[in-house]
Design a binder for this molecule. Structure first.
Ligand SMILES: [Zn+2]
Length: 305
């Protein structure tokens, strides 16, 4: 089956017959052993407090969470292109994000929201991307838990496309896309957020956290609401952890561009467990292959919630 992902316009093949292949989240034991034997005590880790001399002076530090400019930025501050921050979310080298308490996650979200606002204050900054690469397979270069913030001097084309289709959808249907029962399968919800599987998901076992409130950016949520967001985030990461031992995953946080108050767009988080989605076909064609249908994903995820 071939579908078009609504938010990105990307063609996605659902290759359901691939379900008959044994699909396992298990990594090879060799890789696992390599990971555990590698710098367990944080020796030489630039994100451990004992090695703080290895990173630039923190922009923020509350003893638990620290924000530092990235020593190897992809966005050059000198060239006026924006900022590239690293958010070190724990002082403990071996504390994994999945092990954080809900209070710890709430504190992290509050810190991210505050830095988001600060970066929006720079005149040349137009868009702020918050993301987490968890594990080598998800693009992380450091084992110590961290996030990154890329503040750009332009709005990426993907976000412009998203804003356009969301506006068009609202105008045509009179409904907000994020309220659409057809667009998402709900796995779990609290009073402010829902854990959902997009019915046109691009990635195997992909889930989103969407909000029921009309909020366009992380900084618009109250402290209490950030606590509820932390609850949803912890819930879904626990599901991935229950399905796989030490999964590699990306967390992508979507905010409206600076100055955009279009209510057809809403803040959301995309969670992508890395199950070998990106390969030659995707790189060369820009089309994706998802081997687990949203309905099959629902059965697995609901069994683990
Ligand atoms: Zn460390």
């Amino acid at each position: 089956m071939l579908i078009k992902n609504f938010l990105t316009g990307t063609p996605v093949y659902y290759a359901e017959e691939r379900l008959r292949r044994p699909i396992s989240f298990e990594k090879s034991s060799r890789k696992k052993n390599d990971e555990t034997s590698e710098s367990d005590d944080g020796e030489g880790c630039p994100f451990c407090p004992k090695n703080a001399y290895m990173t630039p002076t923190p922009i923020f530090d509350n003893g638990t969470i620290k924000i530092v400019p990235n020593l190897y930025p992809f966005i050059s501050e000198k060239e006026g292109l924006g900022f590239h921050d690293v958010v070190i979310d724990t002082p403990l080298h071996n504390e994994r994000f999945a092990e954080f308490s809900q209070e710890h996650i709430q504190m992290l979200l509050e810190v991210l929201a505050e830095r988001f606002l600060q970066l929006e204050g720079y005149e040349h900054i137009k868009y702020i991307q918050i993301f987490k690469n968890n594990g080598l397979g998800a693009g992380a270069s450091q084992a110590h838990s961290h996030w990154q913030i890329g503040a750009q001097n332009f709005v990426p084309p993907k976000i412009c496309y998203m804003l356009d289709v969301l506006k068009e959808y609202s105008e045509k249907t009179g409904e907000n896309y994020f309220d659409s029962k057809k667009a998402f399968i709900t796995l779990w919800e609290n009073s402010c957020f829902a854990l959902v599987i997009p019915t046109d998901s691009m990635f195997t076992y992909e889930t989103h956290i969407i909000t029921k409130k009309s909020r366009q950016r992380l900084s618009e949520f109250s402290r209490e609401e950030l606590g509820l967001l932390g609850e949803a985030l912890k819930k879904q990461i626990s599901v991935y952890e229950a399905y796989d031992d030490r999964p590699d995953y990306n967390i992508c946080v979507y905010n409206a561009p600076k100055g955009c108050s279009d209510s057809s767009f809403r803040f959301f988080i995309q969670l992508i467990p890395r199950k070998g989605n990106m390969a030659g076909f995707e790189f060369s064609s820009g089309c994706y292959i998802n081997s687990v249908s949203p309905e099959a994903c629902e059965k697995i995820m609901k069994g683990l919630l």
